[in-house]
Design a protein around this ligand. Structure first.
Ligand code: ZN
Length: 112
């Protein structure tokens, strides 16, 4: 049972990251899933999710001028430059880590 569920989650990860997130969310929902499955899925998927977030945030670091190295350069005040750090990616990650439920109204497609 657990291996089937994880197998489906891994398949979704390869095909569709949003489907993968939906599967992990469902497999760790205390109202839909038994405790053993939640523990097993959390042990394997939380490190993967942390690595994904660390990898994403790691690209968005400030250079010596305080500009984000991860964001694409854009035109600002008539000059081609990078986004000041903290950039929108860092701001969004910080906001959603502090208040995870705040992402759902922003997405406009899900409710909890
Ligand atoms: Zn950035």
């Amino acid at each position: 049972m657990i291996s089937d569920a994880l197998s489906r989650a891994f398949s979704l990860l390869d095909q569709d990251m949003l489907g993968y997130l939906d599967a992990v969310e469902q497999l760790t929902d205390e109202h839909q899933t038994d405790e053993d499955t939640i523990l097993t899925v959390a042990r394997t998927e939380v490190p993967r999710l942390i690595a994904a977030l660390r990898g994403t945030l790691g690209n968005h670091q400030a250079d010596i001028l305080g500009l984000c190295l991860g964001c694409a350069p854009t035109w600002i005040d008539g000059r081609f430059t990078r986004t000041p750090w903290p950039c929108p990616v860092i701001d969004a990650a910080h906001t959603y880590l502090k208040d995870p439920d705040s992402i759902y109204p922003d997405l406009g497609q899900r409710s909890r």
